[in-house]
Design a protein around this ligand. Structure first.
Ligand code: MSP
Length: 532
C-alpha cells in the first residue's frame, strides 16, 4: 500500500545553453530521491522542465535567426536526451511555452489580481537583461570604466525609463514571511541559506514587477494583454503545472501532490524560491512547499562551473569514461549536498576505484566466483541446525543490515546523500572483511566444515542483495544487473525497501552468474581530457 505522495522539483532550466554538469547535478539529486522514495512506498511526482520565456531567450533566438519558439523547440531534445542518458525518471517535463503553462499563469495571476495583490505602476531604475531583473541605483556596482553593472552577473545594465508595469505587492509579505520562517525552521535548508534569507527579508521588501511590455515572448497577463508575465512570475508556476494545476485532464492530481516536499535549487536562486515564491503562494491562499533546499556549486579549480566561463563540461563527456552509474554515484556521494564541492577527474577516478571497483565490484566478483566454484553457481542452502547456538550468533552482516534501513532512510529524508551512500558502502566493506575473517577458501578444503561454508556464502550473497537494493537510487543499472545475476526480479519494482531488505530473503538454490566486472578499475592516465 502506498505511503502517500512525495513531490518535488528541480529548477526548470534556461534554454540558452544545453545541460551541463551543474544542471545535471540538481537533476541527479532529485532523481536519487525519486528512485529511493518509490522503493520506499511513495507515489512520486518529480517535476523538471525548461524555462523558455523572456528577453534573453528572444535575443539568443534572434542571434540564431530563429523565432523564440523554434529556438526553444530545438533545445528540447538536448535536455530530454541528457536526462535520458542519465536515467532520470522525472514524471513531468514542463515547457513554459506550452498552452497548459499559459493556463496556469493566467489562472494564478488572475486570482491574485482579483484578490487585490496586483497594481499598475512605473519603474524608475535599471534593468539587467541577463538576470531579467530591475535594480535600484543603490544596488548597482561600477566596472573599471565607471559604468554601472549588474551586482549579480556584472554585465552592463540599461536604464529603465519609467515603463509601465504590473506589480505584485511583495512588500506586504515581509512580516508574514518572517513569521513563516520562524514557524517552519525546515523551510530553508541548509541553515546557512536560511540565515541569508532571513537577513535579506529583515532588510525590507520592495514590490515586485511581474510584467514586461517591451517584448512579447511570454504569457500575456489575462487582465492586461499588452503585458507578458515576467519570467520568474511565469517559471515558478511551472511547479504547479507539473502536477496538474487547473488541468481538467488531470483531476485530483494537484490536490494530492500539493504542497510539495522539496524544491531542489542551486544557491543562486534561493531568493526567488524562499521569498517571492512563498509570498505568491500566501497571496493565493495555497500551502507552501515543505523545504527549499539550496545546494552548493560545483567548482573546478576553485571556480564555479558555468557555460559563460567556458568551463562547463558536458555530462556525456564523463558518462563516456565512467558510465552513468559511476557518474551519479560520484556526484551524490562525494559532493556533500548543501556545500560547494570541488570536483576533479583525479578525485572521480579515486572514488570510482575505492568505492565502486575495489569495494562493491570486487565484493560481487569474489562472492559470485566462489559461489560458482563451491556451489555450482547456486545460492547455498543453510543447514537448519546451522546459525543457531554459539556459531549462529556470529553473523555480523546480518546484524549490520538490521540497522541499515533506519539510518539510510533518515539520511535520505534529509537528502544527505553522502551519509546514505556511506551507510551502504560500510556494509559492502564489512562484507569484504568478513571474507578475510571467515576464509571461505580454507573452509572449502575441509569437508567437515561444509555447513559453515554454506552459511558464510549465504550471508555474503544476502549482504550483496541488500547492498544492491540500497545502491539502486545511486547506481540503478548496476543494481539491476546484480539482481539479474542473482536470479532476482526487477529491482526498480520494489515498493517496500524496508521489507525487501529484511534478512534472509534470497532463495536458496537460485542461480548465480558471474559475468564481467561491474566496475573495471580505471587508470587516470588513460583519460585524455581535463575537467576545466
Ligand atoms: N530558469 C531558472 C530557474 C527557474 S526555476 C522556477 C534558472 N535556470 S538555470 O538554467 O540557470 O539553472 C540554474 C540551476 O542550475 C541552479 O539553480 C542549479 O540548480 C544548477 N546549476 C547551474 N550551475 C551550477 C553549478 N556550477 N553547480 C551546481 N549547480 C548549478 O536559474
Amino acid at each position: 500500500m502506498s505511503k502517500g505522495t512525495y513531490s518535488f522539483t528541480t529548477p526548470i532550466y534556461y534554454v540558452n545553453a544545453a545541460p551541463h554538469l551543474g544542471t545535471a547535478y540538481t537533476t541527479i539529486a532529485a532523481d536519487t530521491v525519486a528512485r529511493y522514495q518509490r522503493m520506499n512506498g511513495y507515489d512520486v511526482a518529480f517535476v523538471t522542465g525548461m524555462d523558455e520565456h523572456g528577453q534573453k531567450v528572444a535575443d539568443v533566438a534572434a542571434e540564431h535567426g530563429m523565432t523564440p519558439q523554434a529556438w526553444c523547440d530545438s533545445m528540447e531534445p538536448a535536455f530530454r536526451e541528457a536526462w535520458d542518458m542519465l536515467d532520470i525518471t522525472y514524471t513531468d517535463f514542463v515547457r513554459t511555452s506550452e498552452d497548459r503553462q499559459a493556463r496556469t499563469v493566467r489562472t494564478f495571476w488572475q486570482d491574485l489580481y482579483d484578490k487585490g495583490f496586483c497594481y499598475k505602476g512605473s519603474y524608475e531604475g535599471w534593468y539587467c537583461v541577463h538576470e531579467e531583473t530591475y535594480y535600484a541605483e543603490s544596488d548597482l556596482e561600477k566596472n573599471e570604466e565607471g559604468a554601472y553593472v549588474c551586482p549579480d552577473c556584472k554585465r552592463p545594465v540599461q536604464q529603465a525609463g519609467g515603463e509601465e508595469n504590473w506589480f505584485f505587492k511583495l512588500s506586504e509579505f515581509q512580516r508574514p514571511l518572517l513569521d513563516f520562517y520562524e514557524e517552519h525552521p525546515d523551510f530553508i535548508r541548509p541553515e546557512t541559506r536560511r540565515n541569508e534569507i532571513v537577513a535579506f527579508v529583515k532588510g525590507g521588501l520592495k514590490d515586485l514587477s511581474i510584467s514586461r511590455s517591451t517584448f512579447d515572448w511570454g504569457v500575456p497577463l489575462p487582465f492586461d494583454k499588452g503585458h507578458v508575465a515576467y519570467v520568474w512570475a511565469d517559471a515558478l508556476l511551472a511547479y504547479l503545472t507539473g502536477i496538474g494545476y487547473a488541468d481538467p485532464d488531470r483531476p485530483g492530481e494537484f490536490d494530492a501532490n500539493w504542497p510539495m516536499q522539496y524544491h531542489f535549487v542551486g544557491k543562486d536562486i534561493t531568493r526567488f524560491h524562499c521569498v517571492i515564491w512563498p509570498a505568491m503562494l500566501m497571496a493565493a491562499g495555497l500551502p507552501i512547499t515543505h523545504t527549499v533546499f539550496g545546494h552548493g556549486f560545483l567548482l573546478t579549480k576553485g571556480e564555479k562551473m558555468s557555460k559563460s566561463k567556458g568551463n562547463a563540461l558536458r555530462p556525456a563527456d564523463l558518462v563516456g569514461v565512467f558510465g552513468v552509474d559511476a557518474y551519479r554515484y560520484y556526484f551524490m556521494s562525494d559532493v556533500q549536498f548543501g556545500h560547494d564541492g570541488s570536483i576533479s577527474l583525479e578525485r572521480m577516478v579515486q572514488v570510482y576505484n575505492a568505492d565502486l571497483a575495489n569495494t562493491w565490484g570486487n565484493l560481487f566478483s569474489r562472492v559470485t566466483n566462489m559461489t560458482k566454484k563451491y556451489f555450482d553457481a547456486h545460492v547455498p542452502e543453510v543447514a537448519p541446525s546451522f546459525g543457531e547456538g554459539e556459531r549462529g550468533a556470529e553473523n555480523p552482516l546480518r546484524e549490520m543490515s538490521a540497522g541499515l534501513y533506519a539510518a539510510y532512510d533518515e539520511a535520505m529524508a534529509r537528502v544527505d546523500f553522502t551519509a546514505a551512500a556511506r551507510e551502504v558502502m560500510a556494509l559492502a566493506e564489512r562484507a569484504n572483511r568478513y571474507i578475510e575473517e571467515t576464509e571461505p577458501f580454507r573452509l572449502a578444503k575441509d569437508p567437515e566444515r561444509a555447513d559453515e561454508l554454506a552459511f558464510v556464502m549465504y550471508n555474503l550473497l544476502e549482504a550483496i542483495r541488500i547492498c544492491a537494493l540500497y545502491l539502486a537510487p545511486f547506481a540503478p543499472n548496476t543494481s539491476a544487473e546484480v539482481f539479474r545475476r542473482l536470479g532476482l526480479g526487477d529491482v526498480t519494482e520494489v515498493v517496500d525497501i524496508e521489507a525487501a531488505t529484511a534478512w534472509g530473503q534470497l532463495p536458496a538454490g537460485g542461480p548465480v552468474s558471474v559475468g564481467d566486472p561491474l566496475f573495471p578499475r580505471l587508470d587516470t592516465d588513460a583519460i585524455d581530457f581535463d575537467m576545466e
